[in-house]
Design a protein around this ligand. Structure first.
Ligand SMILES: Cc1cc2nc3c(=O)[nH]c(=O)nc-3n(C[C@H](O)[C@H](O)[C@H](O)COP(=O)(O)OP(=O)(O)OC[C@H]3O[C@@H](n4cnc5c(N)ncnc54)[C@H](O)[C@@H]3O)c2cc1C
Length: 412
């Protein structure tokens, strides 16, 4: 296994890394290779798909509760431990890592912000679920509003023409009634049983009012789109979720309008921080594939790792991987302590590390020559998976603009 620059890891952290690497290597990687080659994305989620084995084995190892509070039986891993798990999972498969991370989101938020009845009914069964019957999703983007609209580019929300979600919630007695649609990009969109849903509020004085809701999706009025067919992370199910007069109890609103912008910032900081470490793992997997290949491939009368140009390329890739880990880990540790977390640091790490993953994977394709283009070698998939990350969780250009706004606001 490739060693990273972390002499300070405790023996518990090292064994967490080894355990997660084993899961990534023996379970995630082979499943990702299989799922990626399926031509129809509906096959990825078929009853006999290996996807379900990955989710079940991940649950048996407790990865689904790694962010749940300890008082609810979660593991509540610290930031370094979260980074270790995310990097190893990214090494195994970006798409499956995102699938598992997104799956926990509504339950983690419900555990922190939900009423006791909701926690009893939904969070506890999720915690105990080893059959992968509870799958979460984060439903924020919409056909009319991409990630850029959600991160308030240019100026703070109160200063700009408001962005109203097409998905809207109206209070009717002691229930919210939800109508609208989320985009085809929602991870786990067609298999999720529960959503953390962002929606605008109807019937209040301020038209910008929005909130976040915990929504069980096995209720009347919820329908789904087709599983999305896409270039990379093909093992990650995505699809639209439609809401037609869907009713949830009034206290399933987890975040009220007065806290909406702050909690959105916290989610962006957490999600982008997670992307930064996951894609460190993706970059590392491409580097390791290249190292292995260059030590055995003979061209120009010697193994190609003896050619200086190849050595330079490998060393540049190594430098970028180590820098990505250092930035990702520093940002996640900092943002765990900061209250509230600072999204522009997480955005910097997400942008930097997903672009590192793409560049390192592209260099790996180059070093493998013709084999780099072949579907027989994992770098071809890793390259496509990394490309998707530059749009995932906010496309990198609009994230940069949002990061610039925050930087300018903070720098006085
Ligand atoms: C693999 C993957 C997983 C995802 N998972 C989820 C998920 O779990 N939940 C979810 O809700 N969404 C998810 N998304 C959606 C993702 O967040 C959006 O695709 C992303 O934010 C971009 O939005 P868009 O596709 O609508 O592009 P748009 O916002 O339409 O952007 C199109 C182009 O216009 C540019 N642009 C947009 N606005 C501006 C502006 N104000 N100024 C300058 N340029 C601008 C952008 O830079 C981009 O180049 C996922 C996407 C991917 C690829």
């Amino acid at each position: 296994m490739f060693l990273d620059l972390n002499p300070d890891l405790t023996s518990e952290q090292r064994s967490l890394k080894e355990q997660t690497h084993k899961f990534a290597e023996e379970v995630m990687r082979p499943a990702a290779d299989k799922l990626d080659k399926l031509s129809d994305p509906a096959e990825v989620i078929a009853d006999d798909s290996v996807l379900w084995d990955v989710l079940r084995q991940g649950r048996e190892l407790g990865y689904h509760v790694r962010a749940l509070p300890e008082e609810l039986g979660g593991v509540a891993l610290g930031p370094v431990e979260q980074c270790i798990v995310a990097e190893e999972m990214g090494w195994g498969s970006a798409g499956l890592a995102v699938c598992m991370g997104a799956s926990s989101m509504p339950f983690v938020f419900a555990a922190m912000l939900g009423p006791p009845g909701l926690i009893e009914k939904h969070v506890i069964p999720f915690r105990d679920d080893v059959k992968a019957e509870f799958i979460g999703c984060w439903a924020i983007t919409e056909p009319e509003h991409g990630g850029g609209d959600q991160v308030y580019i240019g100026s703070k929300r109160e200063d700009i023409p408001f962005i109203r979600h097409g998905t809207r919630a109206r209070l009717d007695g002691d229930e919210w009634v939800i109508n609208g649609q989320k985009s085809a990009w929602v991870s786990n969109g067609t298999i999720a049983t529960h959503a953390l849903l962002h929606a605008s509020i109807d019937g209040t004085e301020d038209e910008r009012d929005a909130g976040m809701f915990f929504v069980p999706l096995n209720v009347d009025g919820v329908t789904r789109g087709k599983p999305l067919d896409k270039i990379g992370q093909r093992d990650l199910n995505q699809g639209e979720v439609y809401f037609d007069n869907v009713r949830v109890p009034a206290d399933y609103m987890l975040v009220k309008p007065d806290m909406y912008e702050m909690v959105t910032d916290i989610i962006i900081a957490t999600a982008n921080g997670g992307m930064a470490t996951t894609f460190t793992g993706v970059a590392r997997s491409a580097l390791e594939e290249a190292l292995e290949y260059c030590k055995v491939r003979v061209a120009g009368a010697k193994v190609i790792s003896k050619h200086q140009l190849v050595q330079k390329k490998l060393f540049d890739m190594f430098t970028r991987v180590e820098s990505a880990r250092a930035l990702g880990r520093a940002v996640n540790v900092y943002n765990t302590q900061a209250m509230p977390p600072e999204p522009h640091y997480a955005i910097a790490a997400k942008v930097q590390n997903t672009e590192t993953a793409f560049d390192v994977a592209s260099d790996a394709v180059q070093l493998l020559g013709g084999c780099g283009l072949s579907r027989e070698y994992p770098v071809e998939r890793i390259f496509r998976d990394a490309r998707a990350a530059m749009i995932e969780d906010g496309d990198n250009d609009t994230l940069r603009l949002a990061g610039a706004r925050l930087l300018l606001e903070r720098y006085t």
